[in-house]
Design a protein around this ligand. Sequence first.
Ligand SMILES: CC(C)(COP(=O)(O)OP(=O)(O)OC[C@H]1O[C@@H](n2cnc3c(N)ncnc32)[C@H](O)[C@@H]1OP(=O)(O)O)[C@@H](O)C(=O)NCCC(=O)NCCS
Length: 446
Amino acid sequence: MGSLPADAHYPDASDRSLVLTHPTAAEKEQTWRLNHGEWGGPLDLATYLEREPFLASTPLAADGGMLHWILTDASPAQSTAQNEKRRVLASCETIRKRVLYVSRSGGEVREGLGYGIGSVYTYPEFRGKKYAARMLRELGVVLKTWPEEEHLRKKDSQTRGQDNGASDGSRPGEQSNAQTKLQMAESKEAVCSALWSDIGKRFYASKGWPVFASGHVEFPSSSLSSLPGICSLLEQSAQPHKTSLTLAPVNTSNLAQLCAEDEAQIRAELVQHARETHRTAFAFAPEYDASEVRGMIATVTNPTNGAAEPDATKAEEKTRMWAVWTRNYGADAASNPAQNTLYILRLVIDNTGTAPSDAKALQLAFDAVLHSALDAARTWHCGAVHLWNPTPAVRALIAGSGVAHRFVDREVDSIPSMMWYGPDGAKNEKEEDAVDWIANEKYCWC
Ligand SMILES: CC(C)(COP(=O)(O)OP(=O)(O)OC[C@H]1O[C@@H](n2cnc3c(N)ncnc32)[C@H](O)[C@@H]1OP(=O)(O)O)[C@@H](O)C(=O)NCCC(=O)NCCS
């Protein structure tokens, strides 16, 4: 499948007979076999072939949340009739996401559909023939109205009493519990599609996905020896009449609540940002796959008015911060920690308490979260902790932590790139039409 004899005819990428559609199960497997070298990491081929269908079955991806797409030159029916297999000229995946935004004219937060695009791939024998470009241009257009198209396709197949031929395993219109929030989307049209380019800043930008901030701060996990670790921070704060620090792990029992609290803060920030800048502000809603993430919540309680003991019942005396993280392993994970990274998916400074501006408490909370992440990185054999696009407030806390770090502007890998379909802000062509991406952190990535 997909391989051609040397003298084979390659269709022109602009040929009207080429179609964007969904792969069969066999075509998906063939694609995974080929792109295992790109994205298999430490997994051998057999494990990778098990993982990819598993990923598509996780709550946020199941029931049409994740779709596989191909550019091809024939329908499965035609191929069968001609007793030959159609050619997979390019392939990719999309995952449906919930997006929050406030248009530049202000007003309330609106909720809409967004798509993450990933695993853009062209089989080696078809590269350089603009097939990926053709697929992406069509996809960019199709995704804008995909929910509506999905609906029409489902109606059509129900009328005909059969499936629509898409062999993606997805049943358009049917959604799992994890997808129900997406049904709340106000519009039938998508608001944006985003991808994270691993091939620099030009390829996708030229096809309608302009680039956004791609910086991160990197903390080597080995750099702590001369600094107090998490135990020492806890000991210091355990003394009477002192500020007290408590730590609680992020786990499946509190993750949903933390996401809800984070979303409430993001909503408020979007409103404020649009009001102050008169620019459209958007963010991905924080929804995590609970099976993959860990993290730490640090709470700092200050004694007030000379009280002998901090009053734990007074929420207003508390400063709280949390981080959610995951790990990523390179091909030589066991022997080479430098290839393994602990990614802070999201760092949240809880500003709902009354002490969010207590500089000392904030610093202590940040140090505790950072040291916990570094501990986890060492335990998991990760050479570094990465945090994407830290805000100015977080940058100040990084400086205050005394932990060795460096800032990196990525030019090639994981470049956030976004096509905006929503109101106000069309294509980022003009400065005044620009859309600002709030909380552009790793949790958005797919
Ligand atoms: C990237 C990829 C999908 C392009 O597929 P393709 O069908 O050959 O793409 P097209 O023919 O439409 O376009 C080729 C363009 O891609 C650019 N390109 C391909 N690989 C690139 C790379 N690693 N870095 C930068 N640009 C690259 C080419 O320079 C060419 O640019 P041009 O249009 O300015 O001449 C394909 O090379 C591939 O599958 N690579 C391996 C997987 C991968 O890296 N995917 C991208 C993940 S973000």
